[in-house]
Design a protein around this ligand. Sequence first.
Ligand code: S3P
Length: 441
Amino acid sequence: MANTISIKNKLNSFNKKIKVSSDKSISIRSVLLASQAVGISKITNLLESEDVLNSLKTIKKLGINYSKQGNVYVIEGYGLNSFNIKKKTKLNAGNSGTLARLILGLLVKSKVKVKLIGDKSLSKRDFSRVIKPLKLFGVNIKSKNNLLPIEILGTNFLRPIEYNEYIGSAQVKTCIIFSALNTPGVTKIYSKSSRNHTELMLKFLNYPIKIIKKKGYEIIVVQGLEQFKSFKYNIPGDISSASFFIVLTLLSKGSKIIIQNVNVNPTRIGIINILNKMGANIKLKNKKNYNGEEMADIYVKSKNKLKAINCPSKLNSSAIDEFLIIFLVAAKAKGVSKFKDLGEMNKKESKRLDLAIKFLKLIGIKVERYKNDIQIYGKPNLILSKNYQMKNFLKDHRIFFLSCITALTLGGKWKIHDRDSINTSFPDFLKILKRLGANIN
Ligand code: S3P
């Protein structure tokens, strides 16, 4: 059972400085944009997780060379649409929804058919959200029931579109922006707010992209067919990975942590806003601007008394990958926490809303659900002492992390399967836990 871990003890108090893995969203975007830049791009601190390694393999299959020199990834781009695609090319996005959706936006001019596949989890996820806008651009796409495998054949006759991106999905938004890069004329996206790394990176590259802020949405205006030069980028830490250590510290006794050099883009820090509303006192220090992105060190201390939240749904997109771990805080908070409109959670690597409810019930928490709204009845004195087994969660990395943090803060004797799921986003997760004193077998 090498792929199963067991945790039998809570973590003792700690006071440490750590760094978490590099940001996954920015890593994937930097690889894909370097493949479209003119010249040699150099990326340091690239996240070496499966999703990002699959992004590198993907550009290589599309004819882009890269190498690793010391700790620098060197990517040789020849400009927009300079892929050299062989007949019968098959791309495997593995577990990564981001890679799968984004790469489709860069294949809109492909002269040959390209087949896109993924792992078991990705093959259950819906692609209609990108197939629909890509068809409007004029691209030929075939798929059964909007699922993988997808076959895409580009066209020389792309037309710009105006599109209403109402989901609040950065993957959809970026797929459209990438397609717009290859399309003559001006594409306009009316976009519900979501992480804006693509827009910031294109601005940093001096690409003609304009963002017009409106109340509750933005208009993104992209001029097609402009070239941009190669670049250097140093990837910051990932707030989604940091979130597990934020909650670990908050729920452990007498502990403190500093998480250094994390990307704290305002479209990503929903977890900090939500936990501070629940009574945490998480601070961002040493703030810096890096190529349009914000970075900071995150300071967290344990907090004994946390209170329930009525979470405004306008925070959903900025915490979309963090609700699993936020729910654990709600389970320990005083009062009934309310979260609304979380249907998107069920469209992730696993059906996370369904699984979160099962998980909370497993640890003895009352949860009520109405459609995609849930209420969590907090138990501030919750201590676990039974045996728990976590398996069949479609190898969802974030469910694995949640299970470990629960075991280390609330107790119980845990067996957690699919250890290798950590390689999707945060290969050093268990190593860092051990450095904080965790006893994991
Ligand atoms: C991501 C966007 C989010 C997020 C995913 C990464 C990205 O998905 O859940 O982990 O890098 O663009 P959606 O954009 O579909 O919400």
